[in-house]
Design a protein around this ligand. Structure first.
Ligand code: NAD
Ligand code: MN
Length: 496
């Protein structure tokens, strides 16, 4: 059975796309022959079919990873590990255009500012974590004059990593970087809708020189392959990014074998705009914070609370900015910055939320429709006069839909911003530094953006409060989830 396909991308580039399961540095067919189609959401056409991992294939991948860990990787030189991550970054740099073009076809990301930036962020992540690889340390502690202890930060071993479709390359790099830098091996399940870019990366893993079995990448169904990873007794840790509902399932299943679990789940992040804010900046970030990646970001600032004194003006300016700035259309045309949603499922779901907003009495200030015959495009949509009981205010829409509501006092803004089961991101706009610091302190979210929205950096931790997740990714803190601390006690005295 073929494990590679020749693909011509919409920009005319033809290349060899791996379509097998990447296990032990080889692309292999699935054990039961099952394949799934992956679709270009701009055209609704099938790009190709890829093999999907069965429960048996996950077992094969986990055993390959375990063997690589026990026989090769656990004693690998830390200098070499750092070099491998640097080399992977070099190869991403070399293939930047192709990777971004693949991502645009498979996910519908506009190339101009989205898929290219995704690749660049991967390069930054790999280089950042390469810098940590040779700094794995421990601590020494003297417990008494005759007893000495030291602590080894040991890798867990086999890490199961389950990633979503909204940032296929970035989410993979957020997980590969710290796991590899700390000496773990990986079995990663790619999202059903977007397997292509990371399967291509399988080729780069081989070229970079990673030993077989250290990084395994498979396409697969969540309920089959994802579940098989979460419950496999030889998987030592699971890291998941996706919806809160599935995150709970992963955690429950992983509890059977008491795996270390980290979850990065959904959000309904607030942005609070005070009347002393720089209006132009708050409008620009108001747009960017939700419309980037067509609203398909877990930390998108999808609820904007605007102080009553500037409410009408803010809406007028946001509508004006959105009309002039957003450009829907062919994602390979650099003039466009707004592509389709990932799938028919998301398209229907988002249009359903728009209908519910209208039914529950919110006003559509802009957008609200699907403008094209072909492709899962939804216009940037601005709802105003949204109240706290409305579904569109409460639930994660994961589309280009922003809800705006009015507040009068700082206390009201904080209470309503925090009145959600989620706690991933939050933003505040004001020129008053004391107010910014006070509100930042009181927002219940893993990230607070002051006069900005949705910034991430490999150097700065990212993670959710409440039902947005468990554990931290990125930065030095991101390493912590990937090591287990072993204490060694040494008796340096002569007595019992
Ligand atoms: P999802 O949570 O179903 O999928 C995320 C990943 O988990 C995929 O790889 C999927 O195959 C896998 N998965 C699904 N069921 C599983 C199971 N039982 N066990 C193990 N793995 C499983 O997300 P989705 O269906 O792709 O999107 C639905 C919603 O999730 C979106 O509308 C959005 O709200 C949210 N979402 C959030 C993020 C994020 O970054 N936080 C990313 C994508 C989607
Ligand atoms: Mn696709």
């Amino acid at each position: 059975m073929a494990t590679s396909a020749q693909i011509t991308l919409p920009n005319g580039v033809t290349y060899e796309q791996p379509i097998g399961l990447f296990i032990n540095n080889e692309f292999v067919p699935s054990s039961d022959g099952e394949m799934i189609e992956t679709i270009n959401p701009s055209t609704e056409e099938v790009i190709t079919k890829v093999h999907v991992a069965s429960v048996e294939d996950i077992d094969t991948a986990v055993n390959a990873a375990r063997k690589a860990f026990d026989e090769v990787w656990k004693d690998y030189s830390i200098d070499e590990i750092a070099k491998l991550l640097q080399k992977l970054a070099d190869l991403f740099e070399r293939d930047r255009d192709l990777l971004s073009a693949i991502e645009s076809a498979d996910s519908g990301k506009p190339r101009s500012q989205n898929s290219v930036l995704d690749v660049d962020q991967c390069i930054e992540n790999f280089r950042y974590y390469a810098g940590w690889a040779d700094k794995r340390g421990g601590t020494i502690c003297e417990s008494s004059p005759t007893k000495l202890g030291y602590v080894i930060h040991e890798p867990h071993g086999v890490c199961g990593q389950i990633i979503p479709w909204n940032y296929p390359l970035c989410m993979a790099s957020w997980k590969i970087g710290p796991a590899i830098a700390t000496g773990n091996v990986i079995v990663m399940k790619l999202a059903e809708n977007t397997p292509l870019s990371m399967l291509y990366v399988g080729k780069l893993v081989v070229e970079a020189g990673f030993p077989p079995g250290v990084i395994n990448l498979v396409a697969g169904h969540g309920k089959i392959a994802g579940n098989a990873i979460s419950c496999h007794p030889k998987v030592d840790k699971v890291a998941f990014t996706g919806s809160t509902a599935v995150g709970k399932t992963v955690m429950a299943v992983a509890a059977q074998t008491l795996k270390n679990v980290t979850l990065e789940c959904g959000g309904k992040s607030p942005m609070v705009v005070f009347d002393d804010a720089d209006l132009e900046q708050s409008v620009k970030w108001g747009y960017e914070g939700i419309m980037y990646n067509m609203g398909q970001s877990c930390s998108a600032t999808s609820r904007i609370l605007v102080q009553d004194t500037i409410y009408d003006k803010y809406i007028e300016e946001l509508v004006k900015y959105t009309k002039s700035y957003s450009a829907l259309g062919d994602v390979y045309d650099d003039n466009n910055n707004h592509g389709p949603l990932i799938s028919k499922v998301q398209f229907d779901k988002v249009l359903g939320y728009i209908e519910s907003g209208k039914e529950q009495g919110a006003k559509v200030a802009l957008g609200g429709t699907a403008p094209f015959e072909k492709g899962y495009y939804v216009e940037p949509t601005i709802f105003t006069d949204v109240t706290d009981e409305m579904k569109i205010w409460k639930e994660e829409i994961f589309g280009p839909v922003v809800c705006i509501s009015k507040f009068s006092t700082e206390k009201e803004a904080l209470d309503r911003a925090n009145d959600t089961t989620y706690g991933l991101g939050s933003a505040i706009f004001s020129k008053d530094i004391a107010k910014c610091l006070r509100v930042s302190r009181n927002l219940h979210a893993g990230s607070v953006w002051v006069n900005s929205s949705n910034d991430t950096s490999p150097r700065i931790p990212f993670g959710g409060f409440k039902m947005s997740g468990i554990g931290t990714e990125l930065g030095q803190y991101g390493l912590d989830n990937y090591t287990i601390k072993k204490a060694v006690h040494i008796n340096i005295g002569n007595n019992l």
